[in-house]
Every structure is written in C-alpha cells, then in structure tokens.
Design a protein around this ligand. Structure first.
Ligand code: ADP
Length: 158
C-alpha cells in the first residue's frame, strides 16, 4: 500500500489543488492533504478553517484524508505513514524551489512525486484568488463555490 502526503498552505483551496488531489487519489492508495501551520506567516484563513474547507471539498473522494502539521513535512509523513510527498508543478517558476525541497526531503528519507498542473489551472494560486476577490473580481470555476462565499465573507468583515 502506498500512501502519499500532499502538503501546502491551501489558503484557500483552489480547483488547481483539488485537481492534484483527485489525480493523486487515483495513483496512490491513500492521500493525506496536509495544511502547513506556518508560525511566521498568518494566513487569511485559520488552519482550522483551511482544514474544514479541504474536508468539504474532498468529502466525496475515496482514500483522501485531511490534516495539519507544524515543522518538517518528512516528520508528518512518518507520523501518518506516508511514503511519498506529492506536489503540483505549475510552471518553470515552481521548479527550482520544489527541486530543492525534494532533494532535501529525499536526503531525509522521503521521495517526492510531481504532477504537472492541468493547463487551465497553471496560473491559479491561492494568493491570486484572494487578491481578485478583495478587488471585487470574478473567480467562478477556479475555486469551489462555497470557497467564493467564504472569501467574500472574510473581506466583508475586514
Ligand atoms: P499556492 O498558495 O501558491 O496556491 P500552496 O502552498 O497552497 O500554494 O500549494 C501547495 C502545492 O500545490 C504546491 O506544490 C503547489 O505547486 C501546488 N499547486 C498550487 N496551485 C496549483 C495549481 N493551480 N495546479 C497544480 N498544483 C498547484
């Protein structure tokens, strides 16, 4: 049995992330989506809110679980019994950083596998979604509908 861990900020989850989760779920027996708790970077959504959004968005996917972690991804992998880290690659700009992380994580004993982003999602990032909503733009079809509502609520309460 092969278990994969898909780590990230997911602030908030986008359809690009969900495409990676769905494809990973077909390749691995189990996928644990892991929200990184970054002490030095407060996000728009709390870690609990992000976990909740991911749980809702992946509820119908078999073999997918959602959790959160602090510290090293490889430690989280060991805790949950994941053998491989799965990541999405959007463009050449993702490559250098991901390569560096993958080599370090390999050194610490965990392999990485990369899925090429779906062409229609290559320009998608959580930060762009936050920015467009904050400025009143339309992101229909790029994140789940309920995430659009939650984003609007966040900015309305600011
Ligand atoms: P971002 O805030 O840039 O969206 P995350 O840290 O939440 O990034 O992303 C986690 C992982 O998902 C990273 O490996 C990133 O490359 C990948 N990813 C992010 N957006 C997409 C997308 N649109 N398509 C495929 N993979 C993506």
């Amino acid at each position: 049995m092969t278990k994969a861990c898909y780590p990230g900020s997911f602030d908030p989850v986008t359809n690009g992330h969900l495409d990676v989760v769905k494809r990973a779920a077909r390749l691995f027996d189990e996928v644990v989506v892991a929200v990184l708790e970054n002490q030095s970077k407060r996000g728009l959504f709390t870690v609990d809110e992000r976990v909740e959004m991911l749980r809702r968005a992946t509820a119908d996917l078999e073999g997918v679980k959602v959790g959160s972690f602090q510290g090293l991804v490889v430690e989280f992998c060991r805790q949950v019994g994941a053998d491989v880290i799965v990541k999405g690659l959007r463009a050449v700009s993702d490559f250098d950083y991901e390569m560096q992380m993958a080599q370090m994580n390999k050194r610490m004993g965990i392999e990485s596998a990369f899925l090429a982003a779906k062409p229609e999602y290559t320009y998608l990032s959580s930060s762009l979604m936050r920015e467009v909503i904050a400025l009143g733009g339309n992101i229909d079809g790029l994140v789940p509908d309920f995430v659009i509502e939650l984003l609007k609520e966040k900015f309305a309460n600011r």
